[in-house]
Design a binder for this molecule. Sequence first.
Ligand SMILES: [Zn+2]
Length: 260
Amino acid sequence: MCYQCEQSNSRGESPNLNLCRSKRSFLRLAVASAVSFGMLRAGMLSADESMPVQTPRASSPKPENVLTPDQALERLMQGNERYVSGKSKPLDFHDIQSTLAGGQNPYATILGCSDSRVSPEHCFDEAHGDLFVARGAGNYLTNDNIATIEYSVAVLNTPLVMVLGHESCGAVKAAVDAVDNHRDFPGHIQLMASAIAPSVRAVNDRSSSRVMNITRMNVIMTVERLRTKSPILDYYHDHKKIRIVGGIYHLNTGKVELVA
Ligand SMILES: [Zn+2]
């Protein structure tokens, strides 16, 4: 069952059967939709196979961003090493502004927390046009950020997706409070706590490392959901067109630790 149908069932609604028929029919629908939005052109989606495929573009705004999934991960982690060691490159927006006005080809997509202390562009020492970023408190999966990530992969040809959690995450702590103390947060905040609650329940730990272990679990479970709940991302992952990984940002050092 797809993520959207699972969400529908959790609300007691009927699943969208059109999305559940098969991965292939879903992808055909995705391509058809993309055509209607004018996305079917060089380097975007292929109508020939009724499947979204990544193809080389005639030209890329940033040629150095055309990478394999492994190369993309290596570059991302090297950028983090520069950041940690205080050797970040100076940014000069004026060098690339006219190039990026004509298009973008980011080499990595980040699903990260909204926390003001964890800015992906800073912690990976990258510039405008390099990272496609979706952020929300707790970096958990929603239909909206699945759409963002599918767009980055199927339309922008991004070869790498990273779910990025971090040390001392307030959203994770809220989820722990909700599970442990049956805390009911006001407004929409409860949605955030409820979304992370499965990670809290999955960690059988009462040590001082519990919140950190739950943070890791939240990243690992989100990576797994991206692989299994999005037919588009599953297709690209199965065909080794993308890698989906998980990382934890450590506040004291700036180091990103790969956990998935
Ligand atoms: Zn956070």
